[in-house]
Write a protein that binds this ligand. Structure first.
Ligand code: NI
Length: 149
């Protein structure tokens, strides 16, 4: 495993739409492992592939309850609303209030291409939304209503 460089703020790679993953090979496994290591080292709870310069629909999340890997994720259901501070490893030190659904259901594939569903509430729901936005070239600052310290 290796630590990858996290792309910051105005890097144009963060504003591009990512491509679907079609090959579930060793390269994908290495990317997922590297992304997880990079995220943990940076003390984050989520990381999307464009943040390490790879325009593929790949996400890793760990909100303290274990590693979640999402390949080609799609949000299929949302419920309720939460409003709270959000940050991003590509915007160190910046936190802003963002409204998100309180419950989110996602459909994704694992590193072997097997489809599965995952559900999250509160912080995990927020992470699902935030990371899926990255895959479409969107960053959280577009949604911030108020910056917080
Ligand atoms: Ni982010």
């Amino acid at each position: 495993m290796a630590i990858r460089q996290i792309r910051m703020r105005d890097d144009e790679v963060l504003r591009k739409r990512c491509k679907e993953v079609t090959k579930f090979d060793d390269k994908l496994a290495v990317l997922l492992d590297d992304m997880y290591e990079t995220m943990m080292k940076a003390d984050g709870v989520g990381l999307a592939a464009p943040q390490v310069g790879i325009l593929k629909r790949v996400v890793v999340i760990d909100v303290g309850t274990g590693r979640i890997e999402l390949v080609n994720p799609e949000i299929i259901e949302t419920e309720g609303e939460q409003d709270g501070p959000e940050g991003c490893l590509s915007f160190p030190g910046l936190f802003g209030k963002v409204k998100r659904p309180n419950k989110v259901k996602v459909k994704a594939q694992d590193r072997n291409g097997r489809p599965f569903m995952a559900e999250g509430e509160e912080l995990l729901a927020r992470a699902f939304c935030h990371e899926c936005d990255h895959l479409d070239g969107h960053v959280f600052t577009e949604l911030v209503t108020e910056y917080v310290k």
